[in-house]
Design a protein around this ligand. Structure first.
Ligand code: PGA
Length: 257
């Protein structure tokens, strides 16, 4: 497959402050959920953990509380999870999602999927297959919410991940583990491996909303937008997707305002 029709074209970035970005993305999600629900269809959302999407979740909770946005016809799939943590471990991404979103809305727990990283190497391979099969059975991801790691990772697709990578067990990059040290109390306690949807799985989403906030994301966002498309900066692969919106605050976009 050719890498892209115009791989050197720099994508447009919507420059919005974090609060405005959260409102814009949450509104888009709410409109999608409401219009599909009106047709009797479920909306399938791809969700991410981390600092970046928190504002979107807060805004979705507000829309649920104040405007009756219902998640009864929503199915969610998170991008990744740590290997070696049980789903009820407070440091797991599942527990994080419960605290930030799942426990506060009318989303059926049976439709809120997070990979289960608690198994052994063989069962984890099966978990990857099972998880991808569930996404397929749900009809694929309508909209994927995404952050970007300082090393250019998307989900746990660290540098070196190929365009056609699928869900799998991966070793976390040292910078990724370092950025999680505070949450685990010490670098040595951060899991070594993660389970992640692959680059190809992420790109299979019908729409992708990539968010990046703060000065700390500026250099990598620039590389994601400009560097040659390839595994050195997995986020560059997003430039091959037909419906990605790149949203960054002025600090991450390199604008002075
Ligand atoms: P962050 O992580 O949202 O906590 O900055 C983003 C990522 O690593 O994908």
């Amino acid at each position: 497959m050719p890498s892209s029709s115009s791989p050197s074209k720099r994508p447009e970035v919507s420059v919005l402050d974090a609060a405005e970005a959260a409102r814009v993305v949450a509104r888009e999600i709410a409109e999608l959920v409401r219009s599909k629900a009106a047709r009797g269809e479920r909306t399938v959302l791809g969700l991410a953990t981390g600092k970046t999407p928190m504002g979107v979740y807060r805004e979705l909770l507000r829309l649920h509380r104040e405007q009756g946005l219902s998640f009864a016809r929503v199915t969610t799939f998170n991008l990744d999870e740590f290997v070696g943590l049980r789903p009820d471990d407070p440091r797991s991404f599942r527990a994080w999602m419960r605290r930030e979103l799942f426990d506060h809305v009318d989303l059926d727990p049976a439709h809120a999927h997070v990979p289960d990283g608690s198994g052994s190497p063989t069962t984890l391979d099966r978990e990857c297959e099972r998880y991808r099969e569930r996404i397929r059975a749900a009809g694929g991801l309508d909209l994927q919410l995404l952050g970007i790691g300082k090393n250019g990772h998307i989900a746990f697709n660290e540098p070196g991940s190929s365009r056609d990578s699928r869900m799998r067990v991966v070793e976390l990059a040292p910078t990724t583990r370092a950025s999680l040290a505070a949450e685990f109390g010490a670098l040595e306690r951060v899991p070594i491996h993660g389970l992640t949807l692959g680059v190809a799985d992420v790109l299979a989403a019908r729409a992708i909303r990539l968010l990046a906030f703060g000065e700390g994301k500026r250099a990598i966002l620039e590389r994601a937008l400009q560097a040659p498309i390839g595994p050195d900066v997995p986020a560059t692969f997003l430039r091959e997707h037909a419906d990605v919106r790149w949203i960054a605050d002025a600090a991450a976009a390199g604008h002075s305002r």
